[in-house]
Write a protein of this length. Sequence first.
Length: 493
Amino acid sequence: MHDSGEQELGQASLDGIGASGPIIAADIAGSFTYASYQNAIPVIRSIRIENVGGGHHETCRLELISSPTFLRSKSWTIDRLTPGDSLLLGDRRVDLDADYLAGLNEAERGEIALRLSVGDAVLDEQRFPVRLLARDEWGGVADMAQLLPAFVMPNDPAVARVLRSAADRLAEHGHPSGLDGYQSGDPQRAFMLTAAIYSAIVGMGIHYAEPPASFEDRGQKVRRPATIADERLGTCLDTTLMFAAALESAGLYPVILMFQGHAAVGVWLTKRTFGNTIETDQMEVRKALASRELIVFETTGVTHRPAMAMDAAQRALDHRMSEDEAHAFVAAIDVRRARSGGITPLASHEAVRHDAGDEEAAPVADLALPAAPSFNDLPDLQVEEKPTTAAGRVDRWQKKLLDLTLRNRLLNFPASKKTIPFLCTDVAFLEDRLADGAAIQIVSLPQQNPLGERDAGLYREVHGRDLQRGFAAEALARDELPSPLDAASSRCD
């Protein structure tokens, strides 16, 4: 997502197209952070040279420089520009100074300059302001929604301490202490893991810190779990990201809920995800809540004295999730979907600090685990009963293949506007799943948008793998087939 100001900035260089001579038209990211670098988010989205009303130009040189030098200088050679040419540069890869970005403790203003010249004559020059964010700063939903899961850090050392405490609480209440995610296939078990993590974070004695105004749009600095444990302070976003990290580390699928001026967390009780990484339709979240496959709760409840019980923390979000408050709902960001799309956790860069204030901290009463709710009515996908033996499958196929003429679409299936193509990385696995009676859902690849703002070719260059095929492989594992059609085109009447 990009705000209107950034769109205007990226296209500002087009305003002078009526002038004579070549003009640089570039789309440049308005803000950038170390997490952008780590996840191959491009700084330069596109560069186009428009030769409007100009003459012939031979051996042109386009130079890029940045201030401060967070980008390494780069130049392109353009053999020839003739009048009316519109040249889109294919090579947009630039090298970033990772050490510089990793060392930023405060946001800085930067600038990218693009200069087109022939010999000593400058044909055009464009300058683009860039906001360089601190390493632990998130830029907000408007510009960096897809990057928020990068700040969910399940491998932070403080998360391991939370999980050990959660395991102890499970054992004390007569439950298996293993943090086994969805292995049991029982939503009650997923709920109890969540409740144990909630109780363990209550025991940290965190105090509430007021977030900056409009943080959901403008972003804010984020405390990583070790910093929260050390300072015992956290905003609603800090505690939400810490819960998400602990839930993910326990093998569960967390969801980050963003409202106007607030953040909260959810967790899937079954091994499922939303259809989109960034779900902006509140109704989709309400459907998941109504089906009891998803629970959401207020993360700042752990900062109360005494702390909110988990059921109270769940009820605290009822008003925000009501239809009357749909206008204040910003997005639900599915962390598992983001991981499928290649968004990796931000690596810890500080030495592990042991809590210096353990002896001085006021004791926090242990929060008892709640009873597991009943999920007897949890709906299952209804699928057609299929034969379980090879002979039965052959018999069913023979009945469908009795018509051996070209009228039988099982034998003759031409591509048309009524067909839905899909990307499948393992046809044999798909056949096995269909033979097992699995319900396969077709999802729109453009709507899923695993690339986000990234360029597929640039991502392959940097990481050596195809992001869309990786997404399709993970989708197939959860019984989904991505189609290159958009949602409207792939809808069946």
